[in-house]
Design a binder for this molecule. Sequence first.
Ligand SMILES: [Cu+2]
Length: 273
Amino acid sequence: MLDRRLMLVLAGAGAMLASSSALAGMGQPTPWQMGFQEAASPIMEQITAFHDYVNFIIVAIALFVLALLVYVMVRFNEKRNPEPSRTTHNTLLEIAWTVIPVLILVAIAIPSFRLLFAQYDFPKADLTVTATGSQWFWTYEYPDHGISFASIMVQEADLKPGQPRLLTADHNLVVPVNKNVVVGVKATDVIHDFAVPSFGVKLDAVPGRLQKTWFRAEKTGMFYGQCSELCGRNHAFMPIAVEVVTEEEFNDWLAKQKAGASLDAAGKVATAH
Ligand SMILES: [Cu+2]
């Protein structure tokens, strides 16, 4: 009876390890989430796969060391082994415990560098946007389309049904699906950080410096992130809300923004939908 229950718990834990995105939501965190948010970009898929792979190696090493410790405690304790051997060298063992860890590190390093290069290998941009962090909101610009607007968190009292608390913004960063979006990231005051977990994107926004990252969203919908560098009092209240839409919807949105921007030529923030 007890064994059966134990087996169930172990099976559950195993299943969770096997898929680190178990119980995780798409585009936003979920209560009792284990592991990462579900991947919506090729880079995040690679990050998740790499994480699962390294996790498997870590668990195997931890179990192996635990087994050795238990074996030593049981087999070589003072009662069972009153006369300890005086062995100090074993060439074969010493070579093994040097070479095997090196091989394990190489087995980790190769996919690790592959992922790193994939993250920094910028594809041809289909759309360029800039995200500027300020205390405490984001400003998004579409330099090729002359659009720019601020994105400010919606207060809890003003949320519409289905809108997540602390993550909903008044104006979303709208991008088309299956397109390479290059994001220039900068800041006006202190260091902020542009992060969207489901896209595998996280980059510091540093004043006086333009950095860039990229993502390719493969699913439509809302994807949320948060400023991920402590930036002052309202650090927790400057969400990044990305709305991924089809290309037609994106073009409609662009047209609407451009019409709105020309009406708003007084230099006020253009209205996003
Ligand atoms: Cu910030």
